[in-house]
Ligand binder design. Sequence first.
Ligand SMILES: [Zn+2]
Ligand SMILES: [Zn+2]
Ligand SMILES: [Zn+2]
Length: 251
Amino acid sequence: MTLTLLGTATSQGVPVIACDCATCKSTDPRDKRLRASALFSHNGKNMVVDTGPDFRQQMLLGRVKHIEGVIITHEHNDHTAGLDDLRPFCFKQQMDIPVYCLPRVAADLRERFAYAFTDYPGVPRLDIREVGFGDTIPFAGQEIEVLEVTHGALPIIGLCTRDLAYLTDVKALPARTQVQCKGKKAVVISALQHTGTHSHLSLAEALDYLTTLAPKRGILTHFSHKMGRAAEVDPTLPVGVEMGYDRLVVR
Ligand SMILES: [Zn+2]
Ligand SMILES: [Zn+2]
Ligand SMILES: [Zn+2]
C-alpha cells in the first residue's frame, strides 16, 4: 500500500492569492501546495482521501485513471469543494462512486450538493456510505481503519492501515487513536504553522504527537504559508520527521 500526498496546504493553498510573503514568492516546487488530499494505492486500485477545490488538478497531475472510492475526512470546503469533479470517474467507470464519511458529513454533502442526489442527467453519481469511528473500510483486499481526530469542536476522520496513519486537520488525538497509531512505519500529521489555532496543531504540538506515536517516519502536512519555506523549515525538524510536499509518495 502506498500513500501519495496530493496536496499539503491548508484551506487557502500556497501560494495564497495576493500574498507577497517569501513563501508565496518562493520558486521551490515544494512551496507550491494544493489543498490537502491523499491517495491510497494498492494492487492497481485507488482510494482518494478528500476532494477539495484542487481535486481536478490533482487527478490530472497524478494521472489517476480510475478510483475505487473516496473518503471524506470532514465537511470543510478545502476537503469537499471538488466533489462534483468525480463525474469523469462516474461516467468512465459507469458506476456510483462510493463516498465514505461520517453521518453528519453525509447530511452536509446531501444539502450542499443536493442536485447530485436527483435524477438530473449528468450529475455526479455518489454512493454515500456512512461510517463511524472504529469501522474499517475495505480497500483492495486490505482494510483502512476509521479513527477519531478532534478538529476544534468537530470530531473528524483520521485513517490508518497496518503500516501508516494519515491524520489531517488535527487539534487533538483521543487516547484510543494514539494507541491505534503507535509504532507505525509512517505517520502523516497536520501542522498548520508555528502557532496553533483553536482547530489546528502548531508545529511544536504536532512534533509532540510524533514523539508519542514514535513512527519510523513522521511527515507533516496541511501547511499555511506562515509555516515558512520548505528550505528553511525542513532542516530544523528532528531526525525522522520531514515536511511533506505535493506528490510525495509514502511507501
Ligand atoms: Zn504568503
Ligand atoms: Zn478543516
Ligand atoms: Zn483542512
